[in-house]
Structures are given as structure tokens and as C-alpha cells.
Design a binder for this molecule. Structure first.
Ligand SMILES: NC(=O)c1ccc[n+]([C@@H]2O[C@H](COP(=O)([O-])OP(=O)(O)OC[C@H]3O[C@@H](n4cnc5c(N)ncnc54)[C@H](OP(=O)(O)O)[C@@H]3O)[C@@H](O)[C@H]2O)c1
Length: 237
């Protein structure tokens, strides 16, 4: 298959590209650094020529509701319209477990992305995954200064590599609408995870909203289980 990975240079995107290539697929990387801008649509028609499936793992780093909704709405609309013109057969989106139960500005953007994909012209699959193991390191990088303030969220973290493998598997098959959630092997608290990778930096815990700290980010029903534990991931870094 020919698979386009929107956000193919990002944290999980690079792993999706690697996994798709290892599975024998031809891969097209979509990102601004590869000459395609999803917010304007520039370069998309050329990038999607002959593409069978698109895996969308593009991202914006923001807590602002408006910015998140603007980004995920605009990029998804551009992708779906270009996919229709290029006769793409399957649109696969990575979302987050709990976006429907936890209210945050960023999650409002993810919900809009899900709605547009599921109601769109291309048969779609939405995979909701929990926080990546790598999210602990992303948090450290995103919080400036030596003191890292981390919300006391409860999570069932999953290796980004397991998420990438699941996305490629889903892209190879028929569209499923909302797929079974993907989560990791164990429930952990985010501040404890961050302390494991903080390398001497001071990590302070702040209360998260009740939904985030009370299990709103954990799968509510059946879920597919990633294999790599947080300890294994830390050991392999
Ligand atoms: N982090 C987690 O724990 C977690 C858990 C579950 C789901 N997710 C979801 O996983 C997805 C990927 O997250 P991530 O942390 O891996 O992302 P990331 O590292 O922030 O990467 C973002 C990617 O999007 C591309 N991009 C951004 N703006 C673009 C634009 N205007 N046009 C084209 N490409 C653009 C970037 O490339 P350029 O900068 O070159 O354009 C980059 O490849 C997100 O949808 C997120 O909601 C994350």
C-alpha cells in the first residue's frame, strides 16, 4: 500500500513511518518540513497522489481551546477534501482516550477532529490511545525552567511504538469508525512517571481536575493492551 503519514516527523509520526516501511508499505511524509502545510492545504494534492490510506498524527502544542479547534478543524478539512480528490480509501486518526469525558481546551480540538473524520466523505477509523510513555519526557521539555510542575493525572501509559504499530495495522484493514481503545499494561500517576525521567530536576505535583485525576483518562470499557511497560521503556531509552 501507499500510506501518507500526516505529522510523520513528530514524536509518534516518526515511529509510524518506520513501522509502515518495515511492513513493506510505500510511505509519504506530510509535514511543513517536507513542503506540505495542512493549515493552508499547500502541497497536499501532490503529496496524496496514488495514496491508499492516510494516517493523521499531526499536532499543535497548545492549551488554548480556540487554537486547538482552529488547528484540528482546518487541518482535517484540508486533508479530507484533498483525500476525496485523490480517491484515498481510508482516513485513520489518532485521538486520546477520555477526550469525550475530560474537558480541556486541547481536547475540544481533538473532539472536533474526531467528529469531522467520522462524518467525512472518506471511510474513517479513529484510534483513541492513552498518554505515551514519551509524554513524560514531552512534559519536561514543554515546561520551561528547572522546576517541573506536573498535574496529578492518572493514566495507563502506552509506548508510542505500540501506538504506531496499531495505527499501521488499522490502516491496512477496513474502516472501523471508532476503534477499540489502546492503552498500556499498567495504571500510573503522571508525576511519578515524570520523576523517573526528570534527571535531577525538581518535580512538583499540582492537582489535576477531578476527571483527569479520577480515571477519566483511563479506558472505560474493553481496550487493546500495548506490550511495553513504562519500566521497560525507561530502561531502553
Ligand atoms: N503525546 C501523547 O501522549 C498522545 C497520546 C495520545 C494521542 N496523541 C496524539 O498524537 C498525535 C501526535 O502527537 P505528537 O506528540 O507525536 O506530535 P508532535 O511530536 O508535536 O508532532 C507534530 C507533527 O505535526 C506536524 N505539523 C504540525 N503543524 C503542521 C502543519 N501546519 N502542516 C503539516 N504538518 C504539521 C509536525 O511537523 P512540522 O513541524 O514539520 O510541520 C510534526 O510532524 C496528536 O494528534 C496527539 O493528540 C498524543
Amino acid at each position: 500500500m501507499r500510506i501518507a503519514v500526516a505529522g510523520g516527523t513528530g514524536m509518534v509520526g516518526e515511529l509510524v513511518v518506520e513501522r509502515a516501511r518495515a511492513a513493506g508499505h510505500e510511505v509519504v511524509v506530510i509535514s511543513r518540513s517536507h513542503g506540505v502545510d495542512l493549515t493552508t492545504g499547500a502541497g497536499l494534492d501532490e503529496a496524496l497522489q496514488g495514496v491508499d490510506a492516510v494516517i493523521d498524527v499531526a499536532n499543535v502544542e497548545t492549551l488554548s481551546r480556540k487554537k486547538a479547534i482552529d488547528f484540528f478543524e482546518t487541518t482535517t478539512r484540508h486533508l479530507l477534501a484533498a483525500e476525496e480528490r485523490s480517491h484515498v480509501r481510508h482516513h485513520v486518526v489518532l485521538s486520546i482516550v477520555g477526550v469525550d469525558r475530560v474537558d480541556s481546551g486541547y481536547y475540544a480540538g481533538k473532539r472536533r477532529q474526531e467528529e469531522l473524520a467520522l462524518a467525512g466523505p472518506i471511510p474513517a477509523t479513529v484510534l483513541r490511545a492513552t498518554q505515551f510513555h514519551e509524554f513524560a519526557a514531552q512534559l519536561i521539555a514543554r515546561v520551561p525552567g528547572p522546576v517541573k510542575v506536573v498535574p496529578s493525572m492518572l493514566t495507563r501509559p502506552v509506548a508510542a511504538a505500540d501506538v504506531a504499530a496499531e495505527l499501521v495495522l488499522l490502516a491496512e484493514g477496513p474502516a472501523q469508525g471508532l476503534a477499540t481503545d489502546l492503552a498500556g499494561p499498567e495504571v500510573l500517576k503522571m508525576p511519578a512517571m515524570v520523576r523517573r525521567v526528570a534527571r535531577g530536576k525538581l518535580v512538583l505535583t499540582v492537582p489535576a481536575g477531578r476527571a483527569m485525576s479520577g480515571g477519566g483518562l483511563l479506558p472505560a470499557g474493553d481496550f487493546r493492551r500495548g506490550e511495553v511497560t513504562f519500566d521497560e521503556w525507561v530502561a531502553g531509552r
